[in-house]
Write a protein that binds this ligand. Sequence first.
Ligand code: DGY
Length: 320
Amino acid sequence: MKPTVFITRKLPEEIIAPLKEKFTVRMWDSEDVAVTDYVLREEIAQVDALCTMLSDTIDRDMLESATNLKVISNMAVGFNNIDTEAAKEKGIVVTNTPDVLTETTADLAFGLLLATARRFNSAEKELRQGGWLSWTPMGFTGMDVHGTSVGIIGMGRIGEAFARRAKGFNMHVLYHNRSRKSDAEKEYQAEFAELDDLLKRADHVVILVPFTEETKGMIGERELALMKKTATLISVSRGGIVDEVALYDALKNETIFAAGLDVYETEPVPVRHPLLTLPNVTAVPHIGSASVKTRHAMMQLNVEAITDVLEGKEPENRVV
Ligand code: DGY
C-alpha cells in the first residue's frame, strides 16, 4: 500500500503532482477556508505525512492519535503552531521552509516600515473618501526613514536581509539578538545593543524574533514606554511577542508614533479589534512571504521534505 499524505489547504496541482506520482494524496478542498478540527484529527490518526499551514494548530492531544505519521512539513519558517516536543517524543519529523522566504519577508517588513512611518494608509483612505481638498503644508506628514536609526530585534536571516535594505537607506542599524553577529556588525556596521538601550535609541523598531516561551510578551508596557514618542514599531514575525493591550494604549496615547502590523495574537485578527480602530496603525494580514514565487518555493520544499521522509531519506530543513 502506498503511503498517504494529507495537505491541509488546497495547493496548486502542478506543485503537488510529484507527490501524487508516488503516494496517495488527500487535500483539503479550499484555499481560503481552513481545514476543520474534526477532519484534521481524522487525517492525523491515519496518514503517513502531513503538510500543514501556519494557521493549523497541531498540539499534543492531536498527535496522541497519530499511529502512522512520520512527518509534518509546515509551510512556514515559523513552527510555533506545532508541538515539536510531542512530535519528537513520537518520532515524527517536523520540517519548515526557511531561506526561500527570507528576501520576500524582508521586503514586506521594509515596505511596512515605509508605509507606517510615512502614513500611507491614512493618506490613501482620505484620498479615496474625497477628503483631499488641497495640498497642505503639514498634511499627512510622517517620520523619515532614510538616515534614521533602526533597531532590529532578532538578527536572524530575515533580520540581516532587513539590515541590508536599511543600509541602502543610509540608516544606522542597532540590533538585539541572543548572540552577537560579528558578520552583520562588519557588513552593515550594525551595533549590538541591549534591548532597553535599543528601544530608547531607535527611531524605528522591527520585531523579527521567533515566537517562543522566551519572546512571548517581550514587548510590553515597560518596553513601549522606553521608545521615542516619534518612533514606529513594526511587527512581522509572530503575534504574541508584543502585548496588544499595551500597544493599543501606547498608540492611543501617542507615546509612540505608529505601528505596522503583519501578525497578531489571534489570526485572522478580529475586524473589531481595538488596534484596527486607530489611524496610526497600518495593518496587513500576515503576508510576509506572500509573493507568488516565494509561496511556490515554500510548497516545493514541503513536497521535497515529505518525499524524502517517506522514502527513508534525511530531509532538509528538519527542525526536530
Ligand atoms: C513564516 O513563514 O513563518 C512567515 O510568517 C510567513 O509569512
